[in-house]
Ligand binder design. Sequence first.
Ligand code: PLP
Length: 374
Amino acid sequence: MVSSNYRDLNVPGRILLGPGPSMVPPRVLAALSQPPVGYLDPYFSEIMDETQALLRYLFRTENEVTFPISGTGTAGMEAAIANFVEPGDRVLAAISGYFGERLAEIAGRYGAQVVRLERPWGEVFTPRDFENALTAGDFKLVTLVHGETSTGAVQTRVAEIAEVVHRHGALLVLDTVASLGGIPVEVDAWNVDICYSGSQKCISAPPGMAPFTVGPRAMEAFEMRKTPVANWYLDIAGLRRYWNAEQKSYHHTAPINLVYALREALRLIVEEGIENRWARHRFVSELLWQGLIDLGLPPRVPEESRMISLTAAALPGGLDEAVVRRRLLEDYNVEVAGGFGPLAGKIWRIGVMGYSCRRENVTLLLAALKELLP
Ligand SMILES: *Cc1c(COP(=O)(O)O)cnc(C)c1O
């Protein structure tokens, strides 16, 4: 039964230290509440152009095709596959966690012949892994997750992997949903062909936009497609005409306010400076790691491949972790996440992303855990 007296929205002021969304700074919330204008309003057109320039700064790229896709990070995943895979194409999917698995599944749904390159959850890949897998021949696309949010491992050596991928005539898709804006991502220097992210993790805008960029090699492959892109909404040909700097033509109604908010979050990143932002994430995460070690919940991933924006804390056997997490949320307003798949019950996933990545939040979390842990 619908009621006319549902209470007013009174959102609890959570300290978000999970795998995303992260906390949103006041300036971004203020931008979000500005009135919408039309999707082809000349004012909005300027906002769009500025957003694209800001995204190029963040991705460290000069790629012309750089814009936010309407939808969360998963829309970025889907766009990366839908635009570059035709039925029957061979895709090599590197899988060592949940999001690598999801990319493989999406590729399969677009008719790709998916070959799985697997490592246990939490491990990362070497260039040699790709060398061996790609000699089997004739791959169109390789998918790789930069920061695996399900495990807390970060894929290093992306530039070397891209070199191997290109030598075998394939394109590299890199998922940076949980890393872009928190730890170094270098689209041009690493030669990544297709890269996407999500607005609500290290960028600290509300969820709903997926920054997306495509390099010249991938655009060439795109122009050579024989079949239309099977997903109309995410077809970059239409999206490009809308985000075009000279002349914009309607594709779909952009989520106007989410673009305002993303632009403001990106402006904050430029004001801070991307290198300073990376340094802040490292500094705060190191405090977190030391505190977790002192509490007997050490990071599960060795330091050389440990993700900075998300830490998997190894839990002691016998801990009723769900109870502690619920008390953390109810008594301290702090959110962290549990593990899933093979890591269910074995880890907590603690994110220090964007505006959540502040020393006072980590201090609160560690103090609360000290009180809550048996
Ligand atoms: C969160 C995440 C996604 C999915 O993004 P949504 O915004 O939840 O759709 C994809 N890849 C990685 C690595 C993520 O952390």
